[in-house]
Design a protein around this ligand. Structure first.
Ligand code: UD1
Length: 317
């Protein structure tokens, strides 16, 4: 069993990754500065032997290096980030500090502490808007936001450091991740988190545009499993891979699937399409299957059932 350092451990993806690592018998050194992470997300982890939490800012030069040198983890899973595309547009300097400079500090921590593996949370935002469907990793990257650009730059920083100093880097381009603990409070939060909260409150959801736009929604449990594999599977080669399902779900289908869990709720409200909204985003999962042996196996209906409180929609009359 390995010791894994997880940055952003109190965040949405970080806390699920931490829980899965612990459940699989690994030790976890969790790091978070609680900028957007929440201590409640780690309630289970904090009562698990094998988990240690450090309140630390990855963007502070030297901080992570000192911790990694003391702990000597086998791998770092770097999930700490400024997570909002909108925030990166409003504050590009903060995006650069947290999503580029901090990545360099993670790469340095790995080098200085002799860490063998780094797993990085990249994003489908590196592709921008493309007509390619599904999107393989060979598709030209054209980020449309400081956030997407920072994720792409971070991939290169880590891969270059790993190749130079002898550690393996796996970059995960996550598509639209959803599940328990995702923050629903901004209009630009993930659509499933918003829909879940509004349906549960008996409030109508808003569909922007005609609802025919599609996304590749992947359950956070599957994403956590991809992180576990990338951090612990022996003999992986460095590289970049989409973490996606390869299945497209339209907004209309999503709203209908939610409605089946809350019969009698108000119908959706239609609103104009968002400017800059991408019509279709679908990942090609083949490379992750080939290189990591990873396949997402949670169907959206099952993932929604878990999120919305348990009753499988198929059983709702
Ligand atoms: C993602 C980013 C978003 C960014 C966009 C850039 C996340 C959670 N979102 O959006 O910040 O601007 O990439 O391309 O990382 N929708 C509704 N009703 C709602 C909320 C959303 O109809 O209440 C629609 C959106 O218009 C969109 C779809 O649902 O068509 C998915 O939205 P979202 O979850 O924000 O994901 P992305 O569009 O991929």
């Amino acid at each position: 069993m390995a010791k894994i350092l997880v940055t952003g451990a109190a965040g949405f993806i970080g806390s699920h990754t931490t829980d899965l690592l612990l459940a699989s018998g690994h030790r976890v050194v969790g790091v978070d500065n609680f900028r957007t992470g929440r201590r409640e997300n780690l309630t289970a982890a904090l009562s698990t032997p094998g988990f240690a939490l450090h309140e630390l800012d990855v963007a502070l030069p030297g901080a992570l290096s000192a911790l990694a040198a003391a702990e000597r983890p086998a791998a770092i899973i770097h999930l700490a980030a400024l997570v909002s595309v909108q925030e990166s547009l409003a504050n590009p300097a903060e995006n650069f500090a947290l999503n580029v400079q901090a990545t360099h500090l993670v790469a340095e921590a790995a080098r200085l502490a002799g860490v063998g593996r780094v797993v990085f949370a990249s994003s489908s935002a590196v592709y921008g808007d493309t007509n390619v469907r599904p999107i393989p990793e060979t598709t030209e990257t054209r980020p449309l936001s400081p956030y997407g650009a920072a994720k792409l730059a971070s991939e290169s920083l880590l891969l270059g450091h790993g190749a130079s100093f002898g550690f393996t880097v796996r970059c995960h381009r996550y598509f639209n991740v959803y599940g328990p603990r995702q923050d629903p409070t901004s209009p630009y939060s993930g659509v499933i988190s918003i829909f879940a909260r509004r349906f549960a409150a008996g409030q109508p959801v808003t569909i922007h545009g005609d609802g025919g736009q599609t996304r590749d929604f992947i359950a956070v449990g599957d994403v956590a499993r991809a992180n576990l594999i990338a951090a612990t599977r022996p003999d992986l080669r460095p590289g970049v891979a989409n973490i996606c399902t390869g299945r497209a779900t339209s907004l209309l289908d999503l709203a209908q699937a939610c409605a089946r869990h809350f019969p009698g709720g108000p119908p959706p409200v239609h609103a104009p399409a968002r400017s800059g909204d991408i019509r279709h985003s679908l990942g090609d999962p083949a490379r992750a299957a080939a290189e990591l042996g990873f396949t997402a196996d949670t169907e959206v209906a099952a993932g929604l059932a878990e999120l919305l409180g348990g009753v499988p929609a198929a059983l709702v009359p």
